[in-house]
Design a protein around this ligand. Structure first.
Ligand code: FAD
Ligand code: FES
Ligand code: FES
Length: 479
């Protein structure tokens, strides 16, 4: 192959607002830096650069079959390589030539902007909500901006704008939201031609065998090692490299490694069979971060407080990985060896995560304590799966985060409880074993003693939630 052809294939092409962009800048550059410093569009703001403030929110439109689905992302954590083949929309890209869009108007009507620094981010998050294929409730409109922080307004005026936007959206044509939004002056007319323009972009092709860094959503890597990414030859989980689908056969759920957290949350098949999962996943980061973060990234970043790792450990998940063309299957509870050390070879990639969805007689619960309920990582989190036969524990799996250098499967406690009659004596012995299995440290999220106490209380919380009133008797005895 000629060098020119090779270079063209490694170019990143996407549509930025209404124009095609083709670039050979570093594929690990953040989309935010590209937008501001390469494309010269200053409307997208820089706040924290860590996914926390939402000032840099933009929309990514991805063509799936015939339609383009839009989602909000924090562009500070979005690696440019992932933009290839997509439509990137910044605040400049939704401006109409001579009027405010109804979303911008709602913000203005309620004085939901003061210094204005956060406003482009809020407008983009609300506009992303309008572009999806559902009519939102007021709560969903408020949730859409859960990743946006404002230091001026106190949020009440923004909530009133959210209220207006949710009401306006009740009229939306959910079969053709983009056509409807263009017709009603929410979006400029060029949006209609975007699907055809996206079709003309060649798939990203990178057959290099010299990759030194694997990146998925980037929400961990772009925070932890933004400079290092520039030095590496990066390989992205997307562009067909890794499966991104959710398959359910009977009660066995198989999730592709590149599946994003919000794809789990919005999967009607998965959440209809495992309804609690939705409320647990709402506790993970914020809408734009969930729109980027993948399930395998959450496992492999090996954070001792990773929410998905803790949930999947108690579900006894298995992971399928591939290395040098060979696949292998291992239980997730054998993956974590030490702080940020995994039972994976360098370059080994997780393809699938598989688990049994809890059936009628298996009870499952997840608890998380953090300083703020939303957009915060846990001080301690824990999950429990339990199957009872009358008053005897038939099966039990408990996991906990924040109490050891790794997301911990509580082997000894889980094994002890199997086959035991549930009574005060059993519970108090289990608490003792649990305390011997953990080794929390004091840090910014709480003292070691506090974390020990939290885990004990959350264990009681599991039993109380799963087994109901009859458990309260035992709880009183073990206090
Ligand atoms: C603002 C913010 C809030 C957050 N809140 C939470 C929270 O509440 N709860 C929580 O659990 N997490 C939270 N996180 C962490 C985030 O959810 C995880 O970092 C995310 O799931 C990582 O996925 P990713 O695809 O972005 O990983 P990346 O950053 O792309 O990668 C992380 C690591 O995983 C490796 N990797 C990725 N995919 C694979 C694969 N398939 N096979 C092998 N290795 C792979 C990469 O090489 C890298 O080492 C938060 C992060 C941010 C920025
Ligand atoms: S700059 Fe704060 S979320 Fe991106
Ligand atoms: S209006 Fe100033 S930060 Fe929100």
């Amino acid at each position: 192959m000629y060098l020119v052809e090779l270079l063209q294939q490694l170019m990143i092409s996407f549509i930025l607002n209404d124009r095609l962009v083709t670039t050979n800048v570093n594929p690990g550059m953040s989309l935010l830096d590209f937008i501001r410093y390469e494309a010269g569009l200053p409307g997208t703001k820089i706040g924290c650069r860590e996914g926390d403030c939402g000032a840099c929110t933009v929309l990514i439109g991805e063509k799936l079959s015939e339609r383009v689905n839009y989602r909000s992302v924090t562009s500070c954590l979005y690696p440019l390589i992932n933009a290839h083949g997509n439509h990137v929309v910044t605040i400049e890209g939704i401006n109409l030539s001579n009027s405010l869009s109804p979303v911008q108007q709602a913000m203005a009507d309620h004085a939901a902007t003061q210094c204005g620094f956060c406003t482009p981010g809020f407008v983009m998050s609300f506009t992303g909500l309008c572009m999806n294929h559902e009519t939102p409730t007021i709560q969903q409109a408020i949730d859409a901006v859960a990743g946006n922080i404002c230091r001026c307004t106190g949020y009440k005026s923004i909530e009133r704008a959210a209220n207006d936007i949710a009401l306006l959206m009740q009229e939306k044509d959910v079969t053709d939201p983009i056509g409807w939004l263009v017709g009603k002056g929410y979006l400029p007319a060029y949006f209609i031609d975007i699907p055809d323009k996206l079709d003309k972009i060649e798939p990203y092709s990178d057959e290099s065998e010299n990759h030194t860094l694997f990146i998925a959503g980037g929400t961990d890597l772009m925070v932890q090692q933004p400079d290092n990414i520039y030095e590496q030859e990066i390989n992205s989980a997307f562009h067909g490299k890794l499966p991104q689908e959710i398959t359910i056969n009977d009660c066995t759920c198989t999730i592709g490694g590149a599946t994003r957290v919000n794809e789990l949350l919005t999967s009607t098949e998965l959440t209809s069979k495992f309804p609690q999962l939705r409320q647990y996943l709402m506790l993970v980061s914020s809408e734009p971060v969930r729109n980027m973060a993948t399930i395998a990234g959450n496992i492999v970043n090996a954070s001792p407080i990773g929410d998905l790792s803790v949930i999947l450990l108690a579900l006894n998940a298995q992971i399928t990985s591939i290395y040098k063309g060979k696949t292998r299957l291992q239980p997730l509870n054998e993956l974590f060896k030490g702080y940020k050390q995994l039972n994976l070879e360098a370059g080994e990639v997780i393809q699938y995560i598989t688990f049994e969805i809890p059936k009628n007689n298996t009870l499952f619960n997840f608890e998380k304590v953090s300083k703020r309920k939303y957009l915060d990582i846990a001080s301690v989190n824990t999950a429990m799966s339990i199957e009872m036969q009358n008053n005897t524990i038939k099966k039990c799996s408990i996991s906990a985060g924040g109490v050891a250098p790794i997301p911990l499967y509580l082997h000894k406690t889980s094994d002890f409880l199997k086959g035991k009659e549930l009574n005060a004596e059993t519970v108090s012995q289990a608490v003792e074993i649990m305390q011997s299995e953990i080794s929390p440290i004091s840090d910014i999220r709480g003292s070691a003693e506090y974390k020990r106490l939290l885990l004990r209380q959350l264990f009681f919380g599991h039993l109380q939630k799963l087994l109901g009133k009859e458990f309260e008797l035992f709880l009183n005895l073990t206090r």
